[in-house]
Design a protein around this ligand. Structure first.
Ligand SMILES: *Cc1c(COP(=O)(O)O)cnc(C)c1O
Length: 358
């Protein structure tokens, strides 16, 4: 006989992480790049796929990709670990260094996957707060660290969904006070002026920087992310990752992408310029909004209920993220910066949805 088994009881209360995938003309809800990678990258990849030996397992150590990333960041290949999206990187960190009896500290509101994956791995989650501008208060963080003694502390910078990057002094103070790993999620790192990569050193062996190809590299479909950390952290992640987890296809896509760094930086600059334009336009609308160092903007309609505004935007063909039910984000929506035409459409629809005459 066989029988159905209920889901693990500690998971039953967890809602899955679902960003609705609605087929709508303007999708500004998941912070993807609005621009595709270069046409020539596609051609390179097509040629590379011709060379893949599909009957063979891929390079288990992803040596070429790690080597290329190590070169990009001026570190050793033994300090780089790659996985299927930075989400799998986070999962490996939590499997290896979190787990039952261990704690992860994070500062809400922040990227939902940090607490979600922590719970999936049986890691206890301790949530600190943020200041009124959604930045981490270094003194509060230090007292949280002293009280919690977490094995892992998550810092998301720039922070999703609120947008601001943490000041390097704040990240440094957290790294100096933390008794365990400090994982700085820099999914939007290339939009910010500073990086925790610059804070790494022998006096901060537990500082881990996580990045992804999903946003600035315009490769969300590839599912590729990585971390830069002490070789012991890399070894821990390798110990828990499934063998051959990273396909030959993903490895090739990443290696080739790194040859188009200038194009990536040009995309980032174009999005940052559009972010400035959208932010400036929000000033004239009935919304409160927060300055962003990333490719999205958090805003709160002041005269109308967020759900109604979200629905109004959707009816106009524009999908944004409804964050209004998230802790600390009552009434808030988040819009990804798109192409100039998408942003125009968003601003026009928002104006109408807010009931403002434009
Ligand atoms: C989008 C995002 C990621 C990306 O996850 P992938 O698995 O690499 O696609 C990671 N962290 C944050 C904060 C994000 O916003």
């Amino acid at each position: 006989m066989s029988a159905l088994v209920p889901l693990r009881s500690d998971l039953a209360a967890l809602e899955g992480y679902h960003s609705p995938q609605v087929a709508t003309p303007v999708r500004l809800n998941t912070n993807e790049s609005p621009f595709p990678p270069p046409e020539t990258w596609r051609d390179d990849l097509a040629a590379e796929i011709e060379r893949i030996e599909f009957n063979r397992y891929p390079d288990r150590g992803a040596a070429e990709l790690r080597g290329a990333l190590a070169e990009l960041h001026g570190v050793g290949a033994e300090e780089v670990f790659c996985a299927n999206g930075s989400n799998e990187v986070l999962q490996c960190l939590l499997l290896g260094f979190g787990g039952p009896g261990r704690r992860a500290l994070l500062f809400e509101p922040t990227y939902a996957l940090h607490s979600h994956i922590a719970r999936l791995t049986g890691t206890a989650v301790v949530a600190g707060g943020r200041g009124p501008d959604f930045r981490i208060d270094a003194a509060e963080a230090e007292s949280r660290l002293a009280a919690t003694r977490p094995e892992i502390t998550f810092v998301c910078s720039p922070n999703n969904p609120t947008g601001a990057a943490e000041r390097p002094e704040v990240v440094a103070r957290i790294a100096d006070a933390a008794p365990g790993l400090v994982v700085v999620d820099e999914a939007y790192g290339q939009f910010a002026r500073t990086s925790a990569l610059e804070l790494r050193g022998p006096d901060r062996p537990g500082l881990v920087v996580v990045r992804t190809f999903s946003k600035t590299w315009a490769m969300a479909a590839c599912r590729l992310g990585y971390l830069v950390a002490d070789p012991a952290v890399v070894a821990g992640c390798e110990a828990v990752a499934l063998p051959y987890h990273l396909s030959a296809f993903s490895q090739a896509a990443g290696v080739l992408a790194l040859r188009y760094r200038r194009e990536m930086e040009a995309r980032v600059a174009a999005v940052a310029e559009e972010r400035g334009r959208v932010s400036a336009a929000l000033v004239d609308l009935a919304v409160e909004w927060w300055p962003s160092d990333a490719n999205f903007i958090l805003f709160r309609p002041t005269g109308r209920e967020a759900g109604a505004v979200w629905q109004g935007l959707l009816e106009a063909g524009v999908l944004v993220r409804d964050c209004s039910s998230w802790d600390g984000l009552a009434g808030c929506l988040r819009v990804t910066v798109g192409t100039p035409a998408e942003n125009d459409r968003f601003l026009e629809a928002l104006g109408r949805s807010l009931g403002a005459a434009r």
